[in-house]
Design a binder for this molecule. Sequence first.
Ligand code: DX5
Ligand code: ZN
Length: 220
Amino acid sequence: MAPRAPLIAPSILAADFARLGEEVRAIAVAGADWVHVDVMDGHFVPNITIGPDVVKALRPHAAIPFDCHLMIAPADPYIEAFVKAGADYISVHPEAGPHLNRTLKLIRSLGAKAGVVFNPSTDPSVIQWMMDEVDLILVMSINPGFGGQSFMTSQLAKIERLRTMIDATGRDIPLEVDGGVTPETARLCVAAGATALVAGTAVFRGGAERYAANIAALRG
Ligand code: DX5
Ligand code: ZN
């Protein structure tokens, strides 16, 4: 069976920050499936970006799900604010706190979907004993912190491993890849078992008139 077309989640990290509402509307109209929001604290990663108030301000601009990628430590004290702001998926890095299972339960208890993000060095076994409590798996194919980096092909084997782990559950858990995704690397990700792709540079390049074509090119 041929792999299905992946969901596309443009990362607004590559959008024009002076016109974020307009940019979110433009990607939704251009066919984006989710809005990917990169939240950075200048501590867990060496960059500072967006907080819950910005998510709240952007939420009315599109009806598609907001996929919030938290690169902050600690994450737990801010999760309720992101849910209230309208986040649909909230993903955390295991390294951001001592109790990943507790964090996932907190996200679900507030009504959002709980994701786990794998840094390039993080092993799939970190979720081995909690597959029932994960609603999204996000594989970083770069080191988090900045857009515009090159895709790490070393992560393809990890995508394959996580695909096998998801299939064993019988649940349709999205397997998302983030970092250096281009039409070329997108194909490798989908062949390895990914079902959702984050892309900043590859979606936002060329201006709003290119967004639909850029998104279509990533779907393959
Ligand atoms: C980096 C972020 C990514 C980033 C991807 O920490 O998690 O979502 O925006 O950017 P590109 O697609 O340019 O590699
Ligand atoms: Zn991200």
